[in-house]
Design a protein around this ligand. Structure first.
Ligand code: DGJ
Length: 750
């Protein structure tokens, strides 16, 4: 945590307000350059501003969003701190038929009207202000405790909600969003950027206007691969347009790995409601009498200077506050998957270790294919058809076990890690044979299966299932000396919807309780093995979310390792996720997914812009390629602190263009790394406009040095020292020759 954080006690300011806003209190929740303002009116808490800084609580009360008078009275809605279905009709506001929370009370009543006590701040970490708003229904003993935790230096506010059912019977949560904020449209236009995708094409950016009368909604109902279709994050431009460096933008990300939905609704009177939370498509969540539930965390930021700042705010927050060890430098590793798939022997793996050691790598990771016994051994013949759920080494394939491999890695000065898929089971496994009821399955229907014709998902809402998997993993990990890394894969969705553990009344709780169970297991493993790094993987980038990243150190960005595709995928993922978390591997050509052939230099130049690794058999590389790889890894180790821990500036977008560029700048702007990638150009020209650099100290002079050079150089001022001011104003003159040409420049303050 940054030692310069200062306690933000002063930031919390409670003041009586006066004037037309109505009676009540205002509360300003402050970060470095943003304010979220709340007002209490007639006992209910409203959120009356979120955006650029406001210092006066009295002004916030006077200018409150709820003074907005557009639309007809019956449509008029109150910008509640937590917009709920029903709303404040007693005070003359419209019936909110939207809202992020819909509760069917024990007596069948459908609406909520929340009223609350004074705002209070509670002690939390230095550098944060933690506001708690306690509200309850005006009539029913149904309680809502809303938390807003402002992380001052990152301009990020985390918010989450606790619901408590104090009623005599169970209530049903038809919607259970973590965040539901309403406000009048603050500009002429309104646009939503989000990342969409599929297997092999995650993180593809799209932007759409949100027109009057429209709701734009993204979400996932997978249950497991929550980030395949859409990522649980968005940027909302308030106004006609925003760029990387200009425009008012709200960025939000839901920290959740289960089913989810995020929507922006602009109604026919230009009132806007942003909602984000766990999805209830399977049915209303049943919360029993006397029980509480904590909904997923939602993180948001505001930037008055475009999307780039939204990303930087999120990256910093992720590294310093959300990820378990976000400040730690990530190792250069080789993963065995594309190098050998299921077909390996101990000798093959030792050879891979030799190769990665020669290139200067630091960690060897054994991927799928090492486990299962007897008829369920995941060998070279049965491959992905068997074995999931049986987390014991296949002794036929690996007579010396995982500890033997770890020892071999150690001999070579490498660390060791392995792959596992703990949420899954093959119907062809010893675990399934003993406990078919542990799989997620529907009563009275056959079990649907996915990969290998036999894969399905274990019921993590069941503590007995989690206990079994924990014991198996614990038995494995505890026997591997110096275990450094685990790749946690998950290659299925909920193909079935039903739990043998939950009773008939609670079946629809499965997607939510599954994810809570998953986090329970991850927390237990992380606590027992704090030094072991965890990679989130899910058929590639199916688990790119800040819920999993609470426990994981990085994610596998995509199974598509074609460097050209990775420019787009990593660009999309960089909107919210920091480079230290994005695993990017150099692989063989023709690429296994796209069959495209790109130069080795291009593949390195792309992978080095995130967490560098390999997925190939080094034995297949020529001596020349190995020598180049060795040079690149040495350079990467030098630039790694800036790439993995620096501030990202996206300079030229690949979307629709002939090339792309981005740069990282370290904390004191003494070091920067610029990446330039040529893509296929329709109307070929060797003209690339100078790259207007960002984030440099204008007063400093920087020596420009191109690295990863094969033959040609790409900048005519290579080797020169130039002022930050000039590089910012006039740009770095660069050139590219032909498709997939690329360049990396290091700038060092003199
Ligand atoms: C899917 C992952 O995305 C791959 O990297 C690899 O680990 C395979 N699963 C193994 O089955």
């Amino acid at each position: 945590m940054n030692a310069t954080f200062r306690f933000a006690a002063l930031a919390a300011c409670v003041a009586a307000s006066a004037g037309a806003a109505g009676a009540g209190e205002a509360f300003l929740l402050q970060t470095k350059s943003t304010t979220m303002a709340f007002c209490r009116e007639n006992g209910s808490w409203n959120m009356v501003h979120y955006g650029a800084k406001v210092e006066s609580a009295a002004d916030a009360a006077d200018l409150a969003w709820n003074r907005w008078t557009g639309g007809h009275k019956y449509e008029q809605r109150r910008p509640a701190a937590y917009a709920a279905y029903g709303g404040d009709r007693e005070r003359g506001y419209g019936f909110n038929k939207w809202g992020g929370l819909q509760v069917t009370h024990a007596d069948g009543s459908l609406t909520l009207h929340l009223v609350g006590k004074k705002a209070e701040t509670v002690p939390d970490a230095p550098g944060t202000t933690h506001l708690v708003l306690r509200q309850r229904d005006r009539v029913y003993p149904f309680h809502v405790v809303q938390h807003f935790r402002a992380v001052e230096t990152c301009d990020v506010i985390e918010t989450w909600v606790e619901l408590k059912n104090g009623e005599a019977g169970a209530v049903r949560l038809g919607r259970m969003d973590s965040f539901a904020m309403g406000f009048p449209l603050l500009a002429d236009g309104f646009r939503m950027q989000y990342a969409t995708g599929q297997w092999g094409a995650e993180g593809q950016l799209r932007e759409t206007p949100v027109e009057r009368g429209q709701t734009v909604e993204i979400g996932s109902r997978s249950g497991v691969r929550d980030a395949f279709g859409n990522n649980a994050s968005f940027m909302l431009t308030i106004g006609e347009a925003s760029t990387e460096t200009a425009g008012r933008v709200i960025g939000g990300a839901l920290c959740w790995s289960g089913t989810w939905g995020i929507s922006v609704q602009r109604d026919n009177c230009d009132y806007v409601e942003i909602r984000a939370g766990a999805d209830t498509s399977a049915g209303a969540y049943v919360l029993d009498a006397g029980k509480s539930i904590t909904l997923p965390k939602f993180a948001l930021t505001f930037s008055a200077s475009g999307k780039g700042q939204v990303s930087r705010n999120f990256h910093r927050w992720a590294r310093e506050w959300q990820m378990p060890a976000g400040g730690k430098l990530r190792p250069v590793l080789l993963n065995s998957w594309e190098g050998s798939y299921f077909s390996f022997t101990e000798q093959v793996l030792h050879d891979m270790m030799d190769g990665v050691k020669e290139m200067g790598g630091e960690l060897f990771v054994l991927d799928d294919g090492w486990f299962g016994t007897g008829k369920y051994a995941r060998d070279n013949v049965h491959r992905d058809k068997v074995g999931l759920g049986d987390w014991v080494v296949n002794p036929e394939k690996l007579p010396n076990g995982l500890s033997g491999l770890s020892g071999e890695a150690k001999k070579r000065g490498l660390k060791f890690g392995f792959w596992v898929e703990p949420e899954m089971v093959n119907t062809n496994s010893w675990l399934y044979s003993a406990h078919p009821e542990w799989a997620i399955r529907e009563r009275n229907r056959p079990v649907n299966v996915g990969r290998g014709g036999s894969q399905t998902v274990l019921d993590y809402s069941n503590p007995a299932v989690r206990e079994n998997i924990f014991s198996q993993l614990d038995a494995l990990c505890s026997k591997i000396p110096d275990l450094a890394y685990v790749k946690w894969d998950a290659n299925a969705d909920f193909f079935n919807m039903g739990s043998s553990h939950l009773d008939a009344a609670h079946q629809a709780n499965l997607p939510f309780d599954y994810t809570v169970g998953l986090y329970d297991l991850l927390a237990k493993l992380r606590a027992k093995y704090p030094g072991v790094d965890l990679q989130a993987c899910s058929s590639g980038g199916g688990r790119v979310d800040y819920g999993f990243l609470r426990y994981a150190d990085e994610f596998w960005a995509s199974d598509d390792t074609d460097a050209r595709e990775r420019v787009f995928i990593q660009w999309g993922e960089s909107q919210f996720y920091p480079a230290c978390a994005i695993a990017a591997h150099v692989t063989d050509v023709p690429n296994h997914q796209t069959k495209r052939v790109t130069p080795l230099k291009f593949r390195f130049d792309v992978a080095m812009s995130a967490r560098l690794g390999f997925e190939l058999h080094p034995k297949n590389m020529s001596a020349e390629d190995l020598a180049f790889a060795k040079k690149c890894v040495a350079s990467y180790k030098r630039i790694r602190p800036t790439v993995q821990q620096g501030d990202l500036y996206r300079l030229v977008s690949p979307c629709g263009g002939s090339h792309a560029a981005l740069m990282y700048v370290n904390g004191d702007a003494s070091h920067a790394v610029v990446f330039l990638w040529g893509l296929v150009r329709a109307n070929w020209s060797n003209f690339v406009p100078p790259l207007a650099l960002q984030g440099l100290d204008k007063a400093k002079a920087y020596k420009v040095r191109e690295i990863n050079v094969v033959k040609e150089r790409h900048c005519r001022v290579d080797g020169k020292t130039l002022r930050g001011e000039s590089l910012t104003s006039m740009g770095l003159p660069v050139r590219l020759r032909g498709d997939y040409d690329s360049a990396v420049f290091e700038l060092t303050a003199q």
